[in-house]
Design a protein. Structure first.
Length: 202
């Protein structure tokens, strides 16, 4: 699996998706994949960011991190997209990035890759599944190959999300990522690397 190229492309406002993406990166590197961790650009106006201390702090802490480009998707054999939910949908920041990929899509450069997603909400029924399903609508148009975790390991009956991996941050938006979720993140990335390796070998 050492020759699998994996891009982890995400948006995070207050840091939860950032932490999830870092865990995915760490596990993928241990599995031998060549990994690119990329944050999509922030689109919110400065006054909106400044209105939330956690958002402002996370923006300042990560503003110099590499930003996602179309090449990060074209280069990859597998892509994991991460987004918080916004009214049960993908954030505008990640969606804007996806919308810029039209030229690569038209050339067939986004097809035949393995894709999956991860998300977080403040509440347990806050749109996690609908957000991942909405994200996957784009993957269908890419001609991508969806590699959701399903219930392919007993640990998925603990975290309970067959569509991807999700976390509930709680009413104060700071609940820590728990062991079942960390195990689910590890399973997600190891599975997509394994499937991408099989696709490459064909």
């Amino acid at each position: 699996m050492a020759d699998v190229k994996l891009s982890i492309i995400y948006y995070s406002s207050t840091g939860t998706l950032h932490k999830m993406a870092e865990r995915l990166t760490e596990t993928a590197q241990k599995s031998g994949a060549d990994v690119r961790l990329r944050q999509v650009a922030e689109l919110a106006p400065p006054e909106a960011i400044a209105s939330n201390a956690a958002w402002s702090q996370h923006f300042d802490n990560t503003k110099d991190e590499p930003k996602a480009t179309a090449d990060d998707v074209v280069w990859a054999d597998a892509v994991l997209f991460g987004t918080p939910t916004r009214y049960g949908n993908v954030t505008s920041q990640l969606k804007q990035f996806l919308d810029t990929l039209g030229p690569q899509w038209a050339q067939g450069q986004l097809a035949d890759k393995a894709y999956a997603g991860f998300t977080a909400t403040q509440t347990a029924h806050g749109g996690q599944e609908s957000t991942l399903l909405a994200l996957y609508n784009t993957i269908y148009h890419f001609g991508g190959i969806l590699v959701p975790p399903g219930y392919t390991d007993p640990l998925k009956f603990v975290d309970g999300n067959p569509y991807g991996v999700s976390h509930v941050t709680g009413p104060t938006n700071d609940a820590p990522i728990t062991d079942p979720e960390l195990a689910a993140l590890d399973h997600l990335v190891q599975r997509i690397i394994r499937i991408a390796a099989k696709l490459k070998s064909e």
